[in-house]
Design a protein around this ligand. Structure first.
Ligand code: HEM
Length: 262
């Protein structure tokens, strides 16, 4: 007979607690925090991807109520993810330097789940896939998401089924290409904001999401500036100077373009 399920066996607590393996001698006190924070992020990324897949399926099934409910859950997770940076900011530059060289070339650059999130939201690049070895889990996952419609594509197709005249060029656009502003889509969105409270609410959740991701990028770059200043990243980029180039670019440009006309 199988042993009774317990808290520990169900959650695999022994396995989980064996996964934090500092590389510094001692080890340095703050390295555990650094590892735990990153592992927690990876778990949240996993959960977010799980929820994004669900939202896309809900749009495909025209279940706007649950789609909006799930978007709210995603936004709540995102808020927690942003707030977690406060914890890492209690680590001073000297504390980080006590183990930083042990990271070698390891970097957030290599988080495939973060890239998957970007892909799901429309920021796709072949270059990002090429960083991961052929045949790896990460490479396969990114290839799959590269080919999949983005959340925005699923939303536009949902709007079309809601009887909005989304142009064919948008409905059949190359889903691997960047999401670009479309004056036709903007007309539809303005109409929605003026006359359709249900779908206007959905648009607002997508703006929350877009703003939330930008907020994470902004907070991450500020944390980087206060921790390593202008030093280069372990992943080989210019560090904060590179990260600043990623802040402020909207995921869903049409939802921002229309604001001045509402
Ligand atoms: C002391 C803390 C941290 C420092 C100093 C730091 C530094 C950096 C730097 C310099 C980069 C640019 C790439 C490179 O050259 O390495 C980067 C990228 C990145 N970091 Fe961090 N990071 C920290 C914490 C975190 C945490 C907690 C996460 C959560 C998962 C994270 C996720 C990422 C991601 C996803 C990227 C890629 C961003 C992009 O390309 O847009 N970082 N980080």
């Amino acid at each position: 007979m199988d042993p009774a399920v317990t808290y520990g066996s169900y959650l695999r607590v022994d396995d989980l607690l064996s996964l934090q393996r500092p590389r510094s001698e001692g080890p340095e006190h703050d390295e555990i925090l650094f590892i735990v924070i990153h592992q927690v992020y990876e778990l949240w990324f996993k959960e977010m991807l799980h929820e994004f897949d669900y939202v896309r399926r809900l749009f495909e099934a025209d279940d706007s109520h649950r789609a909006q409910h799930t978007l709210k859950r995603i936004l709540t997770i995102l808020k927690v993810m942003v707030a977690q940076l406060d914890i890492l900011e209690t680590m001073t530059p000297l504390e980080f330097m006590s183990f930083r060289q042990r990271l070698e070339a390891a970097s957030g650059f290599q988080s495939d789940q973060f890239r998957q999130l970007e892909f799901a939201l429309g920021r796709k690049s072949r270059h990002a896939i090429a960083r991961f070895p052929e045949g790896s889990r990460a490479h396969a996952a990114l290839e799959r998401r590269f080919a999949e419609p983005t959340l925005w594509d699923a939303f536009l197709r949902y709007l079309w089924r809601e009887k909005y005249r989304v142009p064919e060029s948008q409905l059949s656009r190359d889903v691997t290409a960047p999401i670009e502003a479309s004056p036709d889509v903007q007309e539809i969105l303005i109409d929605i904001y003026r006359t359709d409270a249900k779908n206007a609410g959905m648009c607002e959740r997508l703006v929350d999401l877009d703003e939330g991701i930008q907020e994470w990028r902004y907070r991450h770059v500020k944390m980087v500036e206060r921790t390593i200043g202008v030093k280069r990243g372990t992943g080989g980029s210019a560090g904060a100077a590179y990260l600043r180039t990623t802040v402020g670019a909207p995921l869903f440009p049409d939802l921002w373009e229309i604001r001045a006309r509402l």
